[in-house]
Design a protein around this ligand. Structure first.
Ligand code: ADP
Ligand code: MG
Length: 731
């Protein structure tokens, strides 16, 4: 057998970049000029639409007014002209099916004319509605294949943009995806509905507080972690190619133990890649702001400035697509999987979330005016109530096969949801609740009056990096989100649960003020204080300031009665509980059928993922690892036979042969078991998400254990896969 050549190490370390034909590296980068140049936003519309049409579309975008079909035709015409100027020959309705990624089907602008030529056309109808042949997207039973029609509907609140390719460009129109019966088949529709639910309840609260605003929306800023590896390694790893993560691979001698990568200086090729990625994102109007090295070797992070949640969530998808696309120009591959490498940190995505009014007020921003802080505390308490009452939903919203490797593995928050408020805020809420019993002797301190409330320091730093849900100065940061997932559903859950809490609390406040003079500041503040006390007293078990990674916390959380939904399937089982179905239904976010369909799709995705991984593990073990081990064994036994014939002792060789032979036995046994479990999964399709979890995963783990031991024992040049110690340290 040929020895395996490791020349790719040298090639990976020295290859020229970027690949000139694709990359866009004219310098210097003029940030102001390029920002949004590929976006057909309000600025472009204003410059090219007749005034009445612009006013009308602006009202649709900003206030949600119904779209006038005549205006749609005018907008379509202008959009097409703009797109053609930018090199577009095609357009696509871009949508977000329940797989969590994005989907597109391209149509050309041409329409044949009678004289055998073509004209370039794009109508209001083309813009507003599309009908992808979408029968293969998972719908969780919402759509039988024989009536598979789904339609896409233009979302004018997220601007159309150009997707470039060296050979042309495509006008890309963000859309929602629904069945003909109007049921949501995507991630965007529930997000828009949840924002509306929150808007309604938040405005109701603001009115009680006497604050004028005509709209409240949620803001989202995402911090995306990812790995970058050289493509020469990638293509030698069938597990990375098929599953996005390594299924086999021993821990390297040097991992992240020295903590020398975090915030370290960025390697030149990687930095060049980041600059081009950012440039592409600026062109798409995405305000990316921060970049740095992350904890694990070859791991990095990118974060944009926050935007309204619908736009932020579309932009988050574009960030992921662009990170992956541009990497190829540098001979790199961007891995977005939650756990590409065992034994070192995986990747997450922090979802920073707040609520804002159309007048620019951040409702989670403490102020230095005590009476305004009463309002801040009210909104803050609503989030606490929401998270406490719906811990299960937050956990469900981040449940996936990939994220199961991270949550609770001492690198990411555990599967137990809790809130870290930061010391001062924690203290205020604690005193507020305890004061209920000690009010008489503490007097005015506990009234939320002007003199009572301490000034809240603004932007206090949160040092508790282990918390899944932390208050970080003027926003909450949900840290359990997976790196690969869409942020839509986590934000749907945040929006709808907080909408419910605000609804409940507004009702409580109205009751507390009943028959009283609410214009008297003290009366009003007392009523608010009583609501806050009730709310926080109930939700107190969710507040935790300590280290979330410890065993003590797991025990304590259990005592407190908090959920600990360890795996995706534990979480998904609760998705359609009576409580959850009632919540989504009440606020018009998902009806019962829509909710059930999501549960079904998520379970199916889980199962398919594990199944692919199991098949791939078996294939690699049988066709790559086992033959390599047997070859080494052949070398050793041949040596033994020859050595013996000339009277050599060869104790060391014999020992090695015995060791390898034992490892081959365990590998073979574990492969047999895995193959058996895979067959069962194949034949009993219906049994099966739990079969994947309870049988295929442990069988895969056993194969990996045996394979990783062999990796440590075999000569490097016989090992058929690039090892971690090479993949992670050549950049
Ligand atoms: P960190 O300490 O977590 O690095 P940063 O201040 O850098 O915090 O912010 C992280 C993310 O939070 C960024 O995407 C930022 O835009 C976002 N962010 C800041 N303010 C808000 C807000 N009001 N709503 C939503 N996201 C926000
Ligand atoms: Mg952060």
């Amino acid at each position: 057998m040929n020895k395996i050549s490791n020349d790719y190490n040298l090639r990976a370390a020295t290859k020229p970049w970027p690949r000139a034909e694709n990359s866009s590296t004219e310098l210097p980068m003029d940030l102001v000029a390029i920002f949004g140049e590929k976006v057909f936003g309000l600025r472009e519309m204003k410059s090219c639409l007749p005034k009445f049409a612009f006013k009308s579309i602006q009202a649709t975008i900003e206030r949600g007014d119904p779209l006038d079909p005549e205006v749609a035709d005018i907008v379509a015409q202008a959009m097409k002209d703009w797109a053609v100027e930018h090199g577009a020959t095609h357009f696509t309705h871009w949508f977000q099916p329940l797989t969590g990624s994005t989907a597109e089907k391209h149509d050309s602008f041409i329409s044949p004319s009678a004289d055998g030529r073509v004209a370039v056309n794009f109508s209001g109808k083309d813009l507003i509605q599309g009908e992808p042949d979408a029968s293969s997207f998972p719908s969780g039973g919402l759509r039988a294949t024989f009536e598979a029609r789904g339609y896409t509907a233009w979302d004018p609140t997220s601007p159309a943009f150009i997707f470039d390719n060296p050979n042309g460009a495509c006008l890309t129109i963000p859309t929602a995806f629904a069945s003909w019966t109007g049921e949501a088949l995507d991630n965007k529709i529930p997000l828009l509905r949840s924002v509306e639910a929150l808007n309604k309840q938040a405005l109701r609260v603001l009115e009680l507080f006497g604050v004028k605003a005509s709209k409240v929306f949620t803001t989202v800023g995402t911090e995306q972690e990812y790995f970058l590896i050289d493509e020469d390694y990638y293509y030698r790893r069938p597990d990375l190619v098929a599953c996005g993560r390594t299924l086999i691979g021993a821990k390297p001698p040097k991992g992240q133990d020295l903590d020398d990568h975090y915030f370290g200086s960025i390697p030149e090729r990687v930095l060049a890649y980041m600059l081009e990625t950012e440039k592409e994102l600026y062109r798409l109007g995405i305000p990316v702001k921060t970049r740095h090295n992350e904890v694990a070797p070859s791991q990095y992070e990118i974060a944009p400035v926050f935007e309204n949640s619908n736009l932020a969530s579309d932009h988050q998808q574009l960030i992921m697509l662009t990170l992956q696309r541009v990497a190829r120009n540098y001979g790199l591959v961007c891995l977005l999987h939650e756990k590409p490498f065992d034994g070192i940190n995986g990747s997450g995505k922090h979802n920073n979330w707040s609520m804002s009014t159309d007048t620019g007020l951040n409702l989670l921003e403490p102020t230095d005016q005590p009476h305004a802080n009463v309002q801040f505390l009210f909104f803050c308490a609503a989030v606490i109530r929401a998270v406490y009452r719906h811990q299960d939903l937050l956990r469900i919203s981040v449940a996936s096969a990939g994220n199961d490797h991270r949550l609770g593995a001492n690198e990411a928050p555990p599967a137990i949801m809790s809130i870290s408020l930061g010391e001062q805020l924690h203290d205020i809420f604690e005193r507020l609740v305890d004061g209920a019993t000690a009010e008489s002797n503490q007097g005015g301190l506990l009234r939320l009056g002007v003199k009572a409330l301490p000034e809240l320091p603004r932007h206090t730093g949160d040092r508790n990096r282990t918390s899944p849900f932390a208050f970080t100065g003027n926003k909450f940061e949900f840290r359990a989100v997976g790196s690969m997932q869409s942020v839509s559903f986590p934000n749907v859950v945040l929006n709808v649960t907080v909408a419910e809490a605000l609804d409940d609390m507004a009702t409580m406040l109205e009751a507390a003020l009943e028959g009283k003079d609410s214009s008297d500041r003290d009366v009003f503040n007392d009523a608010v204080a009583s609501v806050l006390r009730t709310v926080v007293a109930e939700a107190r078990p969710i507040l935790f300031m300590g280290d979330n990674y410890t065993d003590e916390w797991h025990a304590e959380a259990e005592k407190r009665g908090l959920f600990n939904l360890k795996t995706t399937l534990d979480a998904l089982a609760l998705m359609t509980s009576e409580k959850n179905a009632a919540l989504f239904d009440k606020y018009g976010v998902l009806n019962n059928r829509e909710l059930h369909s999501r549960q079904e799709v998520a379970e199916e995705q889980y199962q398919i993922t594990i199944n692919i991984e199991s098949q791939m593990t078996a294939a690699m073990a049988r066709t790559m690892i086992l033959p390599a081990a047997v070859e080494y064994l052949t070398d050793l036994t041949t040596t033994l036979a020859r050595g013996n014939s000339v009277g050599l002792d060869l104790t060391g060789v014999r020992k090695t042969a015995e060791e390898v032979s034992d490892l081959v036995d365990s590998l073979r046994e574990s492969i047999d078991r895995l193959v058996q479990e895979n067959m069962t999964a194949h034949h009993e399709w219906h049994s099966t998400a739990s079969h994947s979890k309870d049988c295929q995963i442990p069988a895969m783990t056993a194969v990996r254990l045996a394979a990783d031991s062999l990796e440590r024992a075999l000569p490097r040049d016989l090992w058929p896969l690039p090892p971690y110690r090479e993949i992670l340290f050549v950049n």
